[in-house]
Unconditional design. Structure first.
Length: 319
């Protein structure tokens, strides 16, 4: 009984850390966007997404080292599905937003291409290191695109920043410290939730593959969820969308190739992943990006549809 109470207390501590950390983290990210002149969507797709993807990378690589391949693969793929179906779905239901096609188009297409290529590469039940390196090409194009857009945004806003107020060194250090403390609190809090939530699920007899694509995947997506909910509260929709798209590209094109290399050259892919997880991931990716690519708008009905698809996916997992 004492162990159960300790687990609950650590779970609540993790929840507190991610809530407060999300507030600090987003405040720091918004300040970086304002101070540099880089568009919020690009800040979300680069600095914020790289930081919030740390839990997925840590869990998947650690799981591969420990021989928990199903957990590692399920976490990486399931996180993308959770980011879109659950987190972006919630965001769109609360704040349907407008996007600039020039900033969004290439990144959205790279996300869909990454999901499609991963599905093709894993059809044989194995992700080999050399073919998996093609995913790194997509990741490289994604980074190049962000650097190009950031440079353009800084040049466009340079004159505005000159006319604005000067930022003191002390203020800069305070905001950067806030950013670092925020993501640190989110990562530590997420780890507490993942560790003790997964432990309880496994004790209840839930298979590791199911835990990977549900509890661990949602758990490692908590930084994105916290950032999104905080962004909704602060009306920073562009930051939220950029973060989710960026995190998904990283999950699809970097994490599993790294896991494949760590595993010794070939990562075993389970039947559930090829038959259900990856197709569901690709479907939700398409639903997420097609409307804004056509109209430069996200819609509330789109968020409802994505939440419904995610609920259906979870229902298939447990049947």
């Amino acid at each position: 009984m004492m162990e159960i109470w300790i687990t609950v207390l650590l779970f609540l501590l993790g929840l507190l850390l991610i809530i407060k950390g999300g507030d600090w983290f987003l405040d720091g990210a918004v300040w970086i966007a304002e101070a540099t002149g880089v568009p919020r969507f690009i800040i979300g797709a680069t600095i914020v997404s790289l930081a919030t993807t740390l839990p997925e990378l840590t869990v998947s690589v650690t799981g591969t080292f420990q021989g928990e391949v199903d957990l590692a693969v399920g976490n990486a793929v399931g996180s993308v599905t959770a980011n879109l179906g659950l987190i972006l779905g919630i965001s769109l239901v609360c704040i349907p937003s407008v996007v600039k096609r020039a900033q969004f188009q290439l990144k959205a297409l790279l996300m869909v291409l990454g999901a499609a290529l991963l599905l093709v590469l894993c059809r044989g039940g194995v992700l080999e290191t050399l073919p998996g390196l093609t995913l790194f090409i997509i990741f490289g194009v994604y980074l190049w695109s962000n650097l190009r857009d950031a440079k353009a945004g800084m040049a466009e806003n340079r004159e505005t920043r000159r006319k604005g107020r000067t930022v003191s060194r002390r203020q800069m250090m305070e905001k950067l410290l806030l950013f670092v403390l925020g993501i640190t609190a989110i990562v530590i809090g997420s780890r507490l939730l993942i560790n003790y939530g997964s432990e309880l699920a496994l004790l209840m007899g839930v298979p590791a593959s199911i835990v990977g694509v549900t509890m661990v995947a949602v758990g490692t997506s908590l930084p994105e969820l916290v950032t999104t909910l905080t962004a909704i509260a602060k009306k920073e929709a562009s930051m939220s969308v950029g973060n989710i798209i960026g995190a998904n590209v990283i999950d699809l094109t970097m994490i599993l190739p790294i896991c494949s290399a760590v595993s010794g050259g070939a990562l075993t892919i389970g039947a559930q992943t090829t038959a259900l997880d990856l197709p569901a991931c690709l479907l939700i990716c398409c639903v997420a990006v097609i409307p804004p690519l056509a109209t430069e708008r996200f819609y509330r009905w789109q968020g409802v549809l994505m939440l419904g698809l995610y609920a259906g996916y979870l229902a298939l997992l447990v049947t």
